[in-house]
Write a protein that binds this ligand. Structure first.
Ligand code: FE2
Ligand code: FE2
Length: 186
């Protein structure tokens, strides 16, 4: 019996992997666009907006962790308070990477303090009890994880550089959430 080959793709259906020469030529012309080439497509403004909201989130996280670090000092678990400072510094590094990418994309990083909290996905927190602090930070980290996951899915292959940066940041946020979960109930 002859095998049915009708389901397998014919050689003529195969799409060759060829570069878009027109886009490469155009990329060599518009020099004022810096790193943003024509194939970037219509997504740049959306990506800059997503990144600016992520920037606001990171900055609010820095402020929340710093508040917790300074007010939790001397309580039952100074080691946890010290980790709040470690997290604050890591969130600050995330904010710097995001701001740098916004500028590379030709956008403006929004550091305006007046509406940081409106744009942040995560909340500020003024808990005075260490366990309440840990809980508030775990909630914020879980919100960060979810929002970065969604951003990565939305960006897909539209902007590989931004996606890789967000994947790096996401793995840090997952580590933060994991550590906080271990400190719950200590
Ligand atoms: Fe972060
Ligand atoms: Fe984090």
């Amino acid at each position: 019996m002859k095998a049915d080959v009708s389901a397998s793709p014919k050689a003529s259906d195969h799409k060759h992997l060829v570069l878009d020469q027109k886009a490469i030529d155009a990329a060599g012309r518009s020099l004022d666009e810096g790193a943003v080439t024509p194939s970037y497509g219509p997504w740049r403004d959306d990506v800059v907006k997503l990144l600016n909201d992520a920037l606001a989130t990171e900055l609010v996280c820095v402020l929340r962790y710093k508040r917790h670090y300074f007010t939790a000092n001397g309580v039952e678990s100074p080691a946890i308070a010290d980790e709040f400072l470690v997290h604050a510094n890591e969130e600050s590094a995330h904010a710097d990477r995001i701001a740098e990418r916004i500028v590379q994309l030709g956008g403006e990083p929004d550091f305006a303090p007046s509406h940081l909290l409106d744009r942040s996905h995560a909340a500020y927190d003024e808990s005075t009890d260490l366990q309440a602090m840990v809980r508030a930070n775990l909630i914020a980290e879980r919100i960060a994880v979810e929002s970065y996951r969604q951003m990565i899915a939305l960006i897909g292959d539209k902007d590989p550089t931004t996606r890789r940066m967000l994947e790096d940041i996401l793995s840090d946020e997952e580590e933060h959430a994991d550590e906080l979960k271990d400190w719950l109930g200590h």
